[in-house]
Design a protein around this ligand. Sequence first.
Ligand SMILES: [Zn+2]
Length: 261
Amino acid sequence: MPVPRRYVTDAIVLSRFDLGEADRVLTLITPQHGKLKAIAKGIRRPTSRLGGSLEPFAELRVALARGRTFDVVTEVHVGHAWLALRDRLESAATAWYLAELADRSLEERHEAEPQYALLHRAYELLDAGMAPGRVARWYEMHLADELGQRPEVDRCVECDRMLEATEAFRWVPPLGGVLCGRCPGPPAERAGLSLDALKLLKAYQRLDIEAIASLRLSEETEREVEAAMREFMRIALERDPRSLAFLDEVRARPGARPATV
Ligand SMILES: [Zn+2]
């Protein structure tokens, strides 16, 4: 689809960096134009009309003009400001992590309607106060699906046999999911996956998020699935998300409050 010289789109800020004296370059996710970079000229001056509205963790309505290197932001309105999300440090750190996953997984200027809807929903859930870990796992699982890399949790990734509750499993992200007890795994030292963790991985694929929110889970199972999905995303995206270090730091300090996000 050819992009007109001026256009208006919904957008969520994924990342940003300052440029020169007063400009800022933003990476946006939009439904129709996918990921794109745009420049907000003069935004760091106190008199800027664009002011503080071009922030992450909000759904924005943005007017853009085609530019040579970056498109230029000419107007911004805030559609949804997910303010409660920003008030809790772990929610905000999780929101950064989800934004980074979206950023890493999208190509510029490719339609990204499902990925946009997914991030939008995840931010709504964080804003509504849902446990950040469950929102993150739900998002990872569905993003992997959108990338065509849905983790295999029903059949063995090697022999294709249906997994049985009584056998031992291993989680092998480079192979795309779970390896059964009978198959010789390439990495013999790889830790097993518990049956509870396997059930929870299945739940993230099958249940809607409201049902997942109401599950009673042991912390141990949640941690196991967290480690499993983080590893899966790291392999799928071929790198370590940088925001994870921050998220882990935040969680290590319970009760910490954000200064600014
Ligand atoms: Zn097998």
